[in-house]
Design a protein around this ligand. Sequence first.
Ligand code: MG
Length: 159
Amino acid sequence: MRFRVGFGYDVHRLAEGRPLWLGGVRIDHGTGLAGHSDADVLLHALCDALLGAAGLPDIGHHFPDTDPRWKDADSKVLLREVVRLVAERGWRVGNVDCSLVLERPRIKPHIPAMKRALAPILGVEEEAVGIKATTNEKLGFVGREEGACAYAVALLQGA
Ligand code: MG
């Protein structure tokens, strides 16, 4: 059996008047992440982990922010396309693990919904979708609630 591991990182600014999308789930909050797409920072990190594992170019290459097709796009559509791209090269997802870093709101109550949303797209069981969240202890840009960032790793198995 062949295996590949990949890593992804992303950051987005928090802005007034934007919906907050994280892990494919819309969360009720006063601010949301700014970006060309829905700016789901967790899914973008996850896409880059999957693309990296397959040795493919990063998310910005596949979904450029100059392309009107991806304006306010649901990042689950991007993730689905990334899973298709890696499958095309003979890989299926083994498991993924993500860490989200933001001060507010509390993420823990939303994690089961995120796993439910992502597992079918990734083609894995919910227990193969790791999602954790932490604050940044009020330090730096995350601590000042200027933005949020996410880290992800993904394991691919030869299909
Ligand atoms: Mg992004």
